[in-house]
Write a protein that binds this ligand. Structure first.
Ligand code: BGC
Length: 736
């Protein structure tokens, strides 16, 4: 009986092998032993022209209200979301189903009723963790949740440098520093793509403010662009090979980012040898000729005046204005992205998702991303003796705020509430402040079972002060809703919250402020309060994370990923370009600071901000010893860090360049987060990517290291060295 079974099975196996061979002969691109580029070439060769053009443009599979236009008919296999490009079943090419995914899988306008996903904290919170392993986990989480819904392309993450603390989308981005942003983005993309979904880096490049983003011309010196925003993309691309890159709405040096030969063809595909595809941002294409300079796919084409990459591009090819090889190149780029993550091999299997494990990741990002900015007299962590705790403002009874726009995630459990803000304009429909259902009040009650924890909405400062006067400690939750499509005019808290904090602090000297914002905050009340936490938008477990830090369940380890200026006037552009103009007015922004973004500009100008980049307090203390450096091809240091307090905690070791040839020059060269038990010490070695020691030089189109003496430091934060050394670096030249 058993023998007969084996014979039958052997027959089945033989038949299967024969079938695979037939398949392989018929579809040679399915052979996983071939290089990705060869598989893409073979597959593209098998396509008809009509099939080729089909891959070059997609729709937004949503029925947005669009006066004067027919509703679009959603294809059967589309998943309502941000993008859809029909597949080619004849050749086994799946449809591309795209979702926004900066902070989780989105559900625009509730298009998939009841579909809730894990809502991660803001990108700036992830940035503040300085933890690539956690970024990988966050990417993997989004990848799994996308696949289970049938999506196979993530439109995230955003990696624009946080050049201006008023940018309404900074909460989606990671940092003002290119090394930090690039390395964390690489980890997140790897995490996602390991789940067999394509990840997209956006918005390439310099979409660093939202005001007039469709008409904005971002002007920058080419070399300094390479050393800043472009370097972040370059590092992330090298580290993770994302399938696609989304070009931005704005112009760069006079040319639309999506129709920019220099950025797309010369830098991205030329100098960096990027082999994936460039998709447009939604509504960013003005002409079919963008294909000639490097754009490969027109996204959300119903938002453009024409489906340029259908008929018009086909006609241009027929008239000989676009070579057919360029169309093949566009298609092969898309196919390479698909093949690399296994979209042709993986089939449509949907992974099981463990939402509890994902919630734990969201909580961990919040815990590690919240930054303790001030802690006078070690008021925090709060102890168990408190009898009466006043919680004031920020809807802290029900939840925590999130940022708005295309990255908005509808959290697991549904929103605690969504407050309409109102207003007119293209993005007005996004002006709704969604609170994630993670109540700080409930979480604080759980950690302070012997205390009365009383909430007061904070609309009237006098009421808040009256409650604060009766409490052992007063915690003000200050919020500022920020969103895509809008910048904030200044760094103040809106709706009278500064006065609220003043009134509470005057009534109770034990006042703590918890900030839920998407950017730095001006703090005129800072000397009057004892402690401040920057919680960013802390995601669907934000209330628990904040409470855990306030009560010492978590030892804070977040470090600022952006400089906190005193106020907007202290920055390099006191007035935001385009502020107060109509959305269609042409606006030019001159990035005269070039690559000296954020802390580098503050240090160069010798201006002291409110809190520097890299700053963040802990409930324990660390000391450093035994710094030694080595030079040569690059700068390397070794140092021992020790936890000198009585609590376990994580330290972020920050390694900076502080000068070359005696001239101050500041850059974060490397970082490492280490968890240390009380008394534990660890020897850390860090080495700089040599491009961080170099200048980009146009003449040779290369990175040039001048060589000589380079001053290095281990610093508490940018500009606050603890130990310093100097090494000799050899002069050399590196490819672009
Ligand atoms: C945003 C992109 C987003 C796209 C699709 C655009 O408005 O700038 O970041 O991916 O919409 O939703």
């Amino acid at each position: 009986m058993q023998k007969k079974f084996l014979v039958v099975m052997a027959g089945v196996a033989l038949a299967a092998t024969a079938w695979i061979e037939v398949l392989a002969a018929d579809r040679p691109w399915l052979d996983k032993n071939l290089p990705v580029a060869e598989r893409a070439r073979l597959l593209e060769e098998a396509m008809t022209d009509a099939e080729r053009f089909q891959l070059l443009h997609g729709i937004m599979p949503l029925n947005l209200p669009r006066p004067g236009r027919e509703p679009i008919k959603l294809p059967e296999d589309a998943v309502a979301g941000a993008g859809y490009i029909p597949g080619i079943p004849r050749l086994g090419i799946p449809s591309l189903r795209e979702t926004d995914a900066s902070l989780g899988v989105t559900n625009p306008f509730g298009a998939r009723p009841g579909d809730e996903a894990t809502a991660l904290p803001a990108g700036l919170a992830l940035g503040s963790t300085y933890n690539p392993d956690l970024a990988y986990e966050a990417g993997a989480l989004i990848g799994r949740e996308a696949r289970v819904r049938g999506f196979n392309v993530l439109l995230g993450g955003g990696i624009n440098l946080a050049r201006d603390p008023r940018n309404g989308r900074n909460f989606e981005y990671l940092s003002e520093d290119p090394w930090l942003a690039g390395t964390l983005a690489a980890a997140a993309v790897r995490g996602a793509q390991d789940q067999h979904v394509i990840s997209t880096l956006k918005h390439y490049s310099l979409n660093d403010q939202e005001t007039n983003r469709m008409t904005l011309d971002a002007v920058i010196d080419d070399a300094e662009h390479r050393e800043s925003d472009l370097l972040a993309f370059q590092i992330a691309i090298e580290g993770a090979q994302p399938g696609s890159i989304m070009c931005a709405y704005n112009k760069v040096n006079g040319e639309p980012a999506c129709g920019n030969r220099h950025l797309l063809t010369e830098v991205l595909k030329g100098d960096w040898d990027y082999d994936g595809w460039v998709m447009s941002d939604w509504g960013a294409v003005d002409h079919w000729n963008f294909a000639l300079v490097g754009l490969d796919q027109q996204s959300g084409a119903q938002l453009d005046p024409e489906v340029w990459f259908a008929g018009p591009l086909q006609r241009a090819v027929a008239e000989g204005q676009v070579p057919l090889e360029r169309i093949s190149d566009m298609v092969q780029r898309i196919l390479r992205g698909m093949i690399r993550v296994g979209l042709l091999d993986a089939g449509d299997a949907r992974p099981a998702v463990d939402y509890e494990a994902h919630a734990a990741t969201a909580l961990q990002v919040a815990r590690e991303g919240i930054v303790l900015l001030k802690n006078e007299s070690n008021l925090l962590p709060l102890g168990s003796k408190l009898r009466r705790i006043a919680l004031i403002g920020g809807h802290a009874d029900i939840g925590v705020l999130s940022g708005g726009g295309s990255s908005q995630v509808v959290p697991r459990g549904g929103a605690a509430t969504t407050l309409p803000i109102g207003g007119d304009g293209g993005f007005a429909m996004f002006r709704r402040a969604l609170y994630h259902p993670s109540s700080p009040q409930a979480a604080i009650r759980a950690l302070a079972p012997n205390a009365e924890v009383i909430f007061e909405p904070g609309d009237h400062p006098a009421n808040a002060a009256a409650l604060a006067r009766t409490a052992d400690v007063a915690i003000v939750f200050a919020t500022r809703h920020e969103l895509e499509g809008y910048d904030i005019p200044d760094l103040n808290l809106p709706n009278g919250q500064d006065q609220l904090i003043e009134a509470v602090a005057a009534a109770n000297p034990m006042t703590i402020v918890v900030l839920e914002t998407g950017n730095p905050v001006a703090m005129p009340w800072l000397p009057k309060v004892k402690a401040v936490l920057a919680a960013w938008y802390p995601g669907q477990k934000g209330g628990e994370a904040i409470a855990g830090i306030l009560f010492g369940q978590t030892n804070p380890s977040g470090r600022l990923t952006m400089t906190f200026p005193m106020d907007a006037a202290q920055g390099l552009r006191p007035e935001l370009p385009g502020f107060g103009q109509t959305g269609d007015a042409p606006v030019t922004i001159n990035y005269t600071e070039g690559s000296e973004v954020g802390y580098r500009w503050f240090l160069r100008e010798e201006i002291k901000p409110l809190f520097p980049f890299g700053h963040g307090l802990s409930y324990t203390t660390f000391d450093y010893s035994g710094l030694s450096g080595a030079g040569g091809d690059t700068a390397t240091i070794s140092v021992t860090v020790r936890n000198t307090g009585d609590r376990a905690g994580a330290e972020v070791v920050q390694f900076y360049l502080t000068g070359t040839a005696g001239i101050p020059r500041n850059r974060l060269l490397a970082y490492r987060k280490v968890m240390l038990q009380p008394g534990e010490r660890r020897k850390i070695e860090l080495s700089a990517d040599p491009r961080l020691l170099a200048e980009f030089e146009q003449a040779c189109r290369c990175w040039r290291i001048a060589g000589g003496d380079y001053a290095l430091a281990i610093s508490r934060s940018a500009g606050d060295p603890i130990l310093a050394t100097q090494v000799r670096i050899d002069p050399r030249q590196l490819p672009p």
